[in-house]
Design a protein around this ligand. Structure first.
Ligand code: UDP
Length: 331
């Protein structure tokens, strides 16, 4: 198949683009490089630099069979401060993409949705039937797109699949997480191990969880990517299918930090901090539907392996050895 990957210079998009190429698909990446990196686009992909609104029609003109849509703004605190950026950059751009798909008669789309559409869940693990009640503008923008996809599938006969990611982490070889402003827990903790930060702030220790810190479901980016390829095959004309993607196991912030200590050998100092606005206490996926309907099963559910792959991506072992050698030399 020929697949257009929007946001293919970003973390998850680049891993999916690499897996698509390995599976024998042809891939064009469309990315405006606002947060992505040109060198993250896998060799073998065609690359178009630009915004969806300006470039989607051209990118779709050349016999594209399907779109995988990753390009989005995805920083929750930024969405709280500047919601208009999320309505325009996420909802507006996706509506333009759907319009361009209609004009070019491209009839399949796999969309990066998020667990953030569920807000504070009533039931854990969270099934897809759980009410959609996003607790921040980022989640609201993704929920709005999910609703638009349902309508487009119904009215225009496209096959749409929304994949609701829980906490994606880890790396796939040279493809990993490189945000200019990092907000995610595992990369921040690894920055401490690399000597780039002094400590990690733990946002809230008074949640109703076993150790008081928030519990999340961490999924390996490679397992997540593989679900996209299954979703591509599983899309059906006129249907909008929705799947949660997680391992079904929760780890607290403290547990994640402990695993990072074990993997890196660094003490990782922590400092207590206030709760971060918009953080639900527990987010754990039921992925029973993806397992049953797509035949998906995560191959790398171990948090230790997820962290170890992220650590290897950041050159952790070499850099930690260099830091150790410098410290040794100074002593
Ligand atoms: N977190 C933390 N310190 C940090 C970054 C994150 O305590 O420096 C917590 C955050 O409050 C949440 C969990 O780690 O409970 C996972 O946050 P992340 O931003 O990685 O993912 P999210 O669940 O918000 O998508």
């Amino acid at each position: 198949m020929k697949v257009l990957v929007t946001g293919g210079a970003g973390y998850i998009g680049s891993v999916v683009a690499a897996r698509l190429l390995e599976a024998g698909h042809r891939v064009t990446v469309l990315d405006n490089l606002s947060t992505g990196h040109r060198d993250a686009v896998p060799d073998g992909c065609a690359f178009i630099e630009g915004d969806i609104r300006e470039q989607a029609a051209a990118a779709l003109s050349d016999g594209v069979d399907a779109v995988m849509h990753f390009a989005a703004k995805s920083v929750v605190p930024e969405s709280v401060a500047r919601p208009e950026l999320y309505w325009s950059g996420n909802v507006g751009a996706t509506l333009a993409l759907l319009e361009a798909m209609r004009a070019a008669d491209v009839r399949r789309i796999v969309f990066s949705s998020t667990a953030a559409v569920y807000g504070e869940p009533e039931q854990v693990p969270i099934p897809e039937e759980a009410p959609v009640r996003p607790g921040n503008p980022y989640g609201a923008s993704k929920a709005a797109i999910d609703a638009a996809l349902t309508e487009h599938a119904r009215m225009h006969g496209i096959g749409a699949v929304s994949l609701r990611y829980f906490n994606v982490a880890g790396a796939y070889g040279r493809f990993g997480e490189r945000h200019t402003t990092e907000t995610h827990l595992i990369p921040i903790v690894l920055q401490v191990a690399l000597g780039e930060r002094a400590s990690v702030a733990v946002y809230g220790a008074d949640y109703a969880t076993p150790d008081g810190t928030c519990v999340r479901d961490y999924i390996h980016v490679r397992d997540l990517a593989d679900a996209h390829l299954l979703a591509l095959d599983g899309s059906a004309p006129g249907e909008h299918r929705v799947f949660n993607l997680g391992n079904g196991t929760g780890f607290s912030v403290r547990e994640v930090i402990e695993v990072c200590r074990e993997v890196t050998g660094h003490p990782i100092p922590v400092v207590p901090a206030k709760r971060r606005p918009g953080d639900p206490a527990v987010l754990v996926a039921s992925s029973a539907r993806a397992r049953h309907d797509l035949g998906w099963s995560p191959q790398r559910p171990s948090l230790r392996e997820i962290v170890a792959d992220a650590w290897a991506f950041h050159g952790g072992e070499q850099q930690a050895a260099a830091l150790g050698a410098r410290a040794g030399g100074a002593a």
